[in-house]
Design a protein. Structure first.
Length: 221
């Protein structure tokens, strides 16, 4: 059990950091003092710091194999992460009244929803892709727990946010805004130069930072 202490502590802190700031009494209090963008930026920085610790803690946990360590599975993050980066970047570049994370200046147009045509929850889709790919590439118990929770949280979050937004906006207004969006539809993936370029930079930065931050070279060759 002592060998698992760091992983359990990091996982508990990560879950607490996501549960309490989102609760109705806490979130308005934080937004009122930090502003909406300040809240999202602060929340994102905190989440990334705790996430980094959680991933490092998972790598230090005792190894118990769950998923076979086939060589082909090590390619999953390299294949999937460029798509996850593109969806996340595209989702952040405009405003998003149907989910969270849209911090761009461009107002949402329900007739041309851009990346929201792929998913009205782009950050959750990116998280699910990231989690699924990394779970396959690792496969031990700690990482299956870690990435399985992230994937499950992302999938359930889409349903919960849809229901909450329908209550907040009203069914008719939600339907008007969401009519050209979807949970996930890659056929509408916009391949415009600016999001592609930014996503490529983000992906290369993740590759470069993976070893110094996580302690593991992500390239399978």
């Amino acid at each position: 059990m002592p060998d698992w202490f760091e992983f359990i502590a990091a996982l508990t802190l990560f879950m607490a950091s996501h549960m309490f700031p989102m609760r109705p009494p806490m979130r308005p209090w934080l937004v009122a003092r930090l502003g909406l963008k300040g809240y999202f930026i602060s929340y994102s920085v905190l989440s990334l710091l705790v996430l980094a610790w959680l991933i490092v803690a998972a790598s230090r946990a005792p190894y118990i194999g769950i998923i076979p360590q086939w060589e082909i599975l090590r390619w999953a993050p390299i294949v999937v992460m460029p798509l996850a980066c593109l969806i996340a970047v595209g989702g952040m570049m405009g405003q998003n009244p149907l989910s969270f994370g849209g911090l761009g200046a461009k107002e949402f147009d329900p007739d041309t929803p851009d990346m929201l045509a792929v998913s009205r929850h782009p950050l959750l889709v990116a998280m699910a892709l990231w989690a699924g790919a990394h779970m396959l590439a690792n496969g031990d118990l700690a990482h299956v727990i870690l990435f399985g929770l992230f994937a499950g949280f992302a999938v359930m979050g889409m349903t919960l946010i849809d229901r909450r937004k329908q209550r907040q906006l009203g069914q008719d207004e939600w339907q008007r805004l969401a009519q050209n969006t979807s949970r996930l539809n890659l056929r509408h993936l916009p391949l415009t130069p600016v999001p592609l370029a930014i996503a490529a930079v983000v992906f290369l930065a993740l590759i470069a930072l993976h070893e110094p931050v996580i302690g593991y070279v992500p390239l399978p060759w």
